[in-house]
Design a protein around this ligand. Structure first.
Ligand code: ARG
Length: 457
């Protein structure tokens, strides 16, 4: 216990357990040590502690860190939190110098600093995983620049696209996710250390020294803000929620495409599971779980928002609840990304089934209306005539391309025999040359630009 002096009685055992955060914040051990080494160095350079004390502190802390990393030392979970553990152990090893470490510092500015350092690393890892995933998707997309599939709205066949075009839509979502995380990290990279408990310190510290050692852009400008706010936690939690939104949409599609009803893809055995009773089953559990785990990531965001709502300044113990939800969100997102990438890389794509589905459902109807429009008919009239054509084709159990030219001409004499060229699926895709459209050239450009963006990220 760091704060014993004032008390006549021991803390109640259950209260002690309830109060402790070590089982969660032990994850921050490395960052706690790194921040303490920097703090001691600053205290030394400003003449607040001696060189000898600083040397002992740095050596003691680095020794603890290497033992933790080597696994020869484990965190003592009977301590209140990771800060208590590190300081207590250091002091038990080096004596008075260890007791000087907490000069001009509070656990409040300490934890706010540690958590930012920890999250900076976590965010970097997640960004790397997102980049790898985007690259894997670009790879699959480049193999399917001409694999025609129906594009849907309302889950009704709408217009033809390619499988590559469909996948690249996700790549751009994930690229924005990377951007969003990096943007949140920029705001997070401001150092609370030196804010003290809430009102700074009477020691003549130099916060620029610690900020520089720890790689922060600057010290925070207001000590109460430094120890009070966790908006960086909220922002990252939101960023991860959006990642999960995208993952859940992609996984939902994978589940559908993998069904017997669609059969657009088949997941590899190594990423599917069986049923205990139905021998024929091969279930897309990994995709389903990724979809399902979106719930806990959203739940964490709501928890965090709720914890911080209406909290008076400055530090309140409520704030200790900031770690578990966000740590869980990072783990969840990382786990999902690590699995979905190989799951998709190993799936088989059934181009023929996609092509067959695209041939049904009148997904070339817009192209038929565009044909008339290009021959001078106002689009709205062309739209109406094509609608009537579709109704006629449905009644006669035909697709548009199966209608004879006489049948076309019953609806408009603008139809010539080149109509069949314009409404062939391949041409429907090839003619969609507008920027960002599905034609092969545009898709190749999308892939190139995406790879450039991933490289820059
Ligand atoms: N374990 C605490 C937390 O994570 C550290 C800060 C404790 N500060 C205090 N005033 N009790 O928030």
């Amino acid at each position: 216990m760091l704060w014993k002096g004032r008390f006549k009685k021991e803390l109640n055992e259950q209260a002690n357990e309830f109060n402790a955060s070590i089982t969660i914040d032990k994850a921050l051990s490395k960052h706690d040590i790194v921040a303490s080494v920097a703090h001691a160095e600053m205290l030394c350079r400003t003449g607040i502690i001696t060189e000898a004390d600083n040397k002992e502190i740095a050596e003691g802390l680095n020794q603890i860190l290497s033992e933790l990393e080597a696994g020869t030392l484990s965190v003592d979970e009977s301590c209140e939190d990771i800060h208590t553990f590190v300081e207590g152990l250091l002091t038990s090893r080096i004596g008075d110098a260890g007791k000087r470490l907490h000069t001009a510092r509070s656990r409040n500015d300490q934890v706010a600093t540690d958590f930012r350092l920890y999250l900076r690393d976590e965010a970097t890892d997640t960004v790397e995983l997102l980049k790898d995933f985007c690259e894997a998707l670009c790879e699959i997309a480049s193999e399917h620049t001409s694999s025609i599939m129906p594009g849907y709205t309302h889950l009704q066949r709408g217009q033809p696209v390619t499988f590559g075009h469909h996948l690249m839509a996700y790549v751009y979502m994930f690229i924005r996710d990377i951007d969003r995380i990096k943007d949140a990290c920029k705001r997070m990279n401001v150092m609370p250390l030196g804010s003290g408990a809430l009102a700074g310190t009477t020691f003549s510290i130099n916060r620029n020294i610690t900020a520089e050692i720890l790689g922060f852009d600057k010290p925070c400008e207001n000590s109460m803000d430094g120890v009070s706010d966790r908006d960086f936690v909220l922002e990252l939690s939101f960023c991860l929620s959006v990642v999960m939104t995208h993952i859940s949409r992609l996984c939902e599609e994978i589940i559908m495409w993998n069904s017997w009803e669609f059969k657009f893809i088949e997941l590899d055995d190594s990423y599917t599971t069986g049923s205990s009773i139905m021998p024929q089953k091969k279930n897309p559990d990994i995709a389903e779980l990724a979809r399902g785990k979106t719930g806990r990531v959203y739940g964490s965001l709501v928890s965090l928002l709720t914890v911080f709502k209406s909290l008076p300044l400055a530090y309140n113990k409520d704030m200790q609840e900031d770690k578990e939800p966000l740590l869980d969100s990072f783990k969840t997102v990382n786990d999902c990304l690590l699995l979905i990438a190989p799951m998709m890389a190993t799936m088989t794509v059934n181009k023929e089934n996609m092509r067959t589905a695209a041939a049904k459902g009148f997904i070339n109807a817009t192209d038929c209306a565009d044909y008339l429009t290009k021959k001078g008919m106002p689009f709205r009239t062309a739209y109406k005539i094509t609608g009537e054509l579709v109704a006629y084709a449905i009644d006669n159990n035909k697709t548009l391309e199966q209608l004879t030219q006489e049948e076309f001409n019953k609806f408009s004499d603008l139809f010539a025999d080149d109509i069949y060229i314009d409404i062939s699926l391949e041409n429907c895709v090839a003619k969609r040359t507008s920027e960002g459209g599905p034609c092969e050239e545009s898709l190749l450009k999308q892939i190139r630009l995406a790879k450039e963006a991933i490289g820059r990220a």
